[in-house]
Design a protein around this ligand. Structure first.
Ligand SMILES: Nc1nc2c(c(=O)[nH]1)N[C@H]1C(S)=C(S)[C@@H](COP(=O)(O)O)O[C@H]1N2
Ligand SMILES: [Mo]
Length: 391
């Protein structure tokens, strides 16, 4: 029959041994469908993996400064938006692809020999890792941390497992993939003699594509405002004080008092000298305005216009040329400090911002002063600064 996998000795033998398969058989299943879904899913996972690496290495630089990413300023906004969007699109694809091969999962005997057992084990790893990535990813975008491990570390580690399992899977299944892609998705002639079904094989593929498209347009509004009217599952509306969403409010991290105190100072510590600047003193320094998006690792992003003092100018006040600098917040939580690489310190658009979209920073956006720089994951755009030190 066209659209069936190549019949090697093993699969023929296994099929004969598996009357159960009939129980779950659907004429909508075919290697042609599975192979096409596999291609789409493979692309989605590859995109997730590559864009995920960008995000990972921006947060954990391998070779110190990553010079390439100072401009254009929207790179991370795009890569992280694409990362989350591709993951969302992959969910319906994965569900339907698993459905398309489901009879193979519960066939008897479970293992048709050592090679078959290995192959099936590798598929178990693939399905587990892939599902884990999509599930933890999407829960993360919704800020539902239904686990105790540290999300980024585990999501990154399992990404390697998933991508390795995918590569192995493609290698093992290459003959099936070839055969499947060579065959048309529409019904085999003998199948069309059967009673009319609600859905055709092509319809199944359409359902998968449509499901992916629907998942994307109902969630992408927090990255592409054009879609926000239909993005009913979008995690961020784009609303928030000063037209920018808030991640972690001043109340939630307990900095309201310290941040609104007239005694607030920004301490800048160089190797030989240090200064403590009041908000008025910071505002009296030459100001610079830059248009820099805020991009949360969760995927939402928004454009914003910031005004403040270039970080390099503040280092110059204590006699330092641009070099790695650590910025520290009034709060000591997970996001209470971050390192700004020398290459980023060197560009004038890396700011200690005092003003957002034309008015003084809202308390929730980091008043009195926050860091903002191009292509930094949101978690590194430290709010409520209290101290900057070199090194
Ligand atoms: N000190 C501090 N800075 C922080 C955070 C935080 O919890 N504490 N959250 C970060 C995260 S995860 C994001 S996405 C951005 C969001 O900035 P916004 O709330 O001004 O939009 O702030 C970052 N800066
Ligand atoms: Mo974030």
């Amino acid at each position: 029959m066209s659209g069936e996998p190549p019949r090697d000795g093993l699969s023929r033998q296994v099929e004969r041994a598996l009357p159960d398969e009939q129980t779950f058989a659907s004429p909508l299943r075919s290697t042609a469908l599975t192979a096409r879904l596999g291609i789409w899913l493979g692309i989605a996972f590859a995109v997730c993996f590559l864009t995920g690496l960008v995000s990972h290495f921006l947060q954990h630089p391998l070779l110190g400064s990553w010079r390439a990413l100072t401009s254009p300023v929207w790179i991370y906004r795009v890569t992280q938006g694409v990362h989350v969007t591709a993951g969302v699109a992959a969910i319906p694809l994965l569900v339907i692809k698993l459905w398309s091969v489901a009879p193979k999962f519960w066939r008897r005997p479970l293992f048709g020999g050592p090679v078959d057992a290995l192959e099936r084990l590798s598929i178990l790893v693939l399905v587990a890792a892939g599902t884990f990535q999509l599930l933890t990813g999407v829960l993360n975008t919704a800020e539902l941390y239904a686990w105790t491990f540290f999300f980024t570390t585990v999501h990154y580690a399992v990404a390697w497992v998933a991508i390795g399992a995918i590569v192995l899977h493609i290698a093992v299944k290459l003959p099936w993939i070839r055969a499947g892609l060579g065959a048309p998705v529409r019904q085999a002639p003998e199948a069309s003699a059967e009673p009319v079904r609600a859905l055709s094989r092509r319809g199944m593929l359409g359902l998968a594509g449509g499901g992916a498209a629907l998942a994307v347009i109902t969630t992408i509004g927090d990255k592409v405002p054009f879609f926000s009217p239909v993005s009913v599952f979008s995690q961020r509306s784009g609303d928030g004080p000063q037209g920018l969403p808030v991640n972690h409010s001043a109340v939630s991290v307990g900095v309201v008092e310290a941040a609104s105190s007239p005694d607030w100072r920004l301490k800048v510590v160089g190797s030989d000298r240090s200064v403590a600047l009041s908000l008025a003193e910071l505002a009296a320094l030459p100001q610079r305005t830059a248009s820099l998006p805020m991009t949360c690792v969760e995927g939402w992003s928004a454009g914003a216009v910031w005004t403040g003092v270039p970080l390099r100018d503040l280092l110059a006040v204590v006699g330092e040329d641009p070099r790695d600098a650590t910025v520290l917040s009034l709060e000591n939580g997970l996001y209470g400090a971050s390192v700004v690489a020398a290459s980023l310190v060197a560009i004038p658009d890396t700011l200690v911002a005092l003003v957002l979209n034309g008015s003084p920073l809202d308390l929730d956006h980091g008043y009195p002063a926050r860091l903002i720089a191009p292509n930094r994951p949101g978690v590194l755009q430290t709010k409520w600064l209290r101290r900057i030190e070199v090194g």
